[in-house]
Design a protein around this ligand. Structure first.
Ligand SMILES: Nc1ncnc2c1ncn2[C@@H]1O[C@H](COP(=O)(O)OP(=O)(O)OP(=O)(O)O)[C@@H](O)[C@H]1O
Ligand SMILES: Cc1ncc(CO)c(N)n1
Length: 268
C-alpha cells in the first residue's frame, strides 16, 4: 500500500522551502504527501517579505482531518512560528499516536528573518523534542536549543548528547553552515553511536530550502520503512544532487533542484 507522509510547516510562496519543498520531495521519493499549514510567508529568493501565522486551532483542525482519515506513516515539522502552534502540533502527534516524527527545528531563514519566536524555543524543548524519532538542527539551532557554542566536532557531539537527553531518540546536526569546510558533514547520534554523513561541499549561493528538503527526504524514507541511518544516507544523496544540479532561478539565494536525485537514479 502507498505510504503517506505529513508535513506540519509554513508555506514558502517562492516554492523552494517550507511545505512546497516538503511535498515536492515526498512526491519524488514515491510517498503520498499531506500538509498542515502553520503560517503563510510572502517569500522569494531575495528574502522573507511577510509572515502571516495561522491560529493554533487552524493547525489542530488540519491535523485532525488528516488523523481521522489518512493516518501518516511519518510526520515532519518545519516552521511552527509560535508556542501555541508548537503545542497544537505536539498535541496532535500525541493524540493520534503518530510515529516516525522528524523535527526540523526551523528558527531563522537564511536572510535572517525569524520563523520561530525566540520565546517559543522552550515550548519546542518541553513539548516537541520528546516526541521526536529524530531532530535535525543546523548549527545555530543546536546552539539555541542547548545553550552551548559549537565550534568543532566535540562541541557537536556534546550538543547531540544534550539534545538526546532532552528526549530526542536521535539527533542529526547538519553541517551546512560550516562555510570554510571542504566537506559538508552531518553528525548523527542515536544515543549510543555517532556516525558522520559526508559529502563534497558545493560552492554555491543557491541553498534556499536545503534543510527542509533534507528533512523531508528523511521523513519520506522513514515512511517507507527505512531505519534512521538508512533514511539519513538517502536524504544526504537527495540534497547533494539537489544542490549540485542547480536551477539558477531568482535573483537571490535560489532553490535546490528537487528533480535531480530521481534523474540520477534513472541514469544508473
Ligand atoms: N554548500 C553545500 N554543499 C553541500 N551540502 C550542503 C551545502 N549546504 C548545505 N548542505 C547540506 O544540506 C543539508 C541541510 O543543511 P543546512 O545546514 O544548510 O540546513 P538549514 O540551515 O536548516 O537549511 P535552510 O534553513 O536553508 O532550510 C545538510 O545535509 C547539509 O550538509
Ligand atoms: C516557510 C519556510 N520554512 C522554512 C524555511 C527555512 O528554509 C523557510 N525559508 N521558509
Amino acid at each position: 500500500m502507498v505510504k503517506k507522509a505529513l508535513t506540519i510547516a509554513g508555506s514558502d510562496s517562492g516554492g523552494g522551502a517550507g511545505i512546497q519543498a516538503d511535498l515536492k520531495t515526498f512526491q519524488e521519493l514515491g510517498v503520498f504527501g499531506m500538509s498542515a499549514v502553520t503560517a503563510v510567508t510572502a517569500q522569494n529568493t531575495l528574502g522573507v517579505h511577510g509572515v502571516f501565522p495561522l491560529s493554533a486551532d487552524a493547525v489542530s483542525a488540519q491535523a485532525a482531518a488528516i488523523g481521522e482519515d489518512l493516518p501518516p506513516d511519518a510526520v515532519k515539522t518545519g516552521m511552527l512560528f509560535n508556542a501555541e502552534i508548537i503545542l497544537a502540533a505536539a498535541e496532535s502527534i500525541e493524540k493520534f499516536g503518530w510515529k516516525n516524527v522528524v523535527i526540523d527545528p526551523v528558527m531563522i531563514a537564511k536572510g535572517g528573518s525569524a520563523l520561530l519566536q525566540s520565546e517559543a524555543v522552550k515550548a519546542m524543548v518541553d513539548h516537541l523534542i520528546p516526541l521526536s524519532a529524530v531532530i535535525t538542527p543546523n548549527i545555530p539551532e543546536a546552539e539555541a536549543i542547548t545553550g552551548i557554542t559549537i565550534k568543532n566536532v566535540e562541541d557537536k557531539k556534546e550538543a547531540c548528547r544534550i539534545i538526546h537527553n532532552l528526549g530526542a531518540a536521535s539527533c542529526l546536526i547538519k553541517g551546512g553552515h560550516e562555510e570554510n569546510a571542504e566537506e559538508s558533514a552531518d553528525l548523527l547520534y542515536d544515543g549510543k553511536v555517532f556516525s558522520i554523513l559526508k559529502s563534497k561541499r558545493i560552492d554555491t549561493r543557491h541553498t534556499h530550502g536545503t534543510g527542509c528538503t533534507f528533512s523531508a527526504a528523511l521523513t519520506a524514507e522513514l515512511a517507507k520503512g527505512s531505519t534512521i541511518a538508512e533514511a539519513a544516507q538517502t536524504a544526504k544523496h537527495f540534497i547533494q544532487a539537489a544542490i549540485e544540479e542547480t536551477l539558477e532561478i531568482g535573483e537571490g539565494h535560489g532553490p535546490t533542484n528537487h528533480w535531480a536525485f530521481q534523474k540520477r537514479m534513472r541514469q544508473l
